[in-house]
Design a protein around this ligand. Sequence first.
Ligand SMILES: Nc1ncnc2c1ncn2[C@@H]1O[C@H](COP(=O)(O)OP(=O)(O)OP(=O)(O)O)[C@@H](O)[C@H]1O
Ligand SMILES: [Mg+2]
Length: 232
Amino acid sequence: MLFVEGVNQFYGESQALWALSLSVPEGSCTCLMGRNGVGKTTTLEAVMGLLPIRSGRIRFQDQVLSSSPAESRAKNGIAYVPQGRRIFARLTVEENLRIGLSTNSGARGRKALERVLELFPVLGEMMHRFGGDLSGGQQQQLAVGRALVLEPTLLILDEPTEGIQPNVVHEIGDTILRLNRDAGLSVLLVEQKLPLARRVADRFYVLDKGRSVAEGLIDELSDSIVAQYLTV
Ligand SMILES: Nc1ncnc2c1ncn2[C@@H]1O[C@H](COP(=O)(O)OP(=O)(O)OP(=O)(O)O)[C@@H](O)[C@H]1O
Ligand SMILES: [Mg+2]
């Protein structure tokens, strides 16, 4: 479904991604792993068209994305929940969700919003609260909800459990499983928490210094890969 092919990316003179290739098959939950600063967020931003790439190609379904503007990614069915969530703290939950809905208006959008509120009932209860007054876990639900009202076919999540209490981490895992296995949404997940990655993902890639150094089915994520590239 998504193919990143030989992507090189630079911040100024400094190269952040080196001939990086990865793919997300339809229906998969693919986890991108690696220590801090190895290029995980950079990879996602390149996919979303938020960063220019020097060379290589990004394809989604039948289209070459790397030559199209960032706004077209959402229309093509890719939704992105950035690291740190970035919800609007001074807007209400409802207003935050409506921003997500801007390109999915009318009856179809209303249906999509209903489904999001079924998935996250707490958002329905808090529609008129400010985003900034929600707990970290609730803000994460809002960020995912805002992405889902666009009815994406690929959901990209950047460290959704960062800074979240352990009991809520499990709930986020439940949500990812529900979206992926029950609703059939394809997922590209950046996650540093190994137990969660093993629980929700079916495939993995490990990055180190901007290069892909290991990949496979999640059951093939061995202790030696973990020791070499993932533990601090
Ligand atoms: N805007 C920027 N300008 C210059 N360098 C940057 C910029 N953003 C990221 N970098 C550098 O690029 C490299 C990859 O950063 P990136 O944010 O992709 O890492 P990451 O794997 O997402 O890390 P983390 O787990 O901490 O979120 C790092 O060395 C980082 O310092
Ligand atoms: Mg990051």
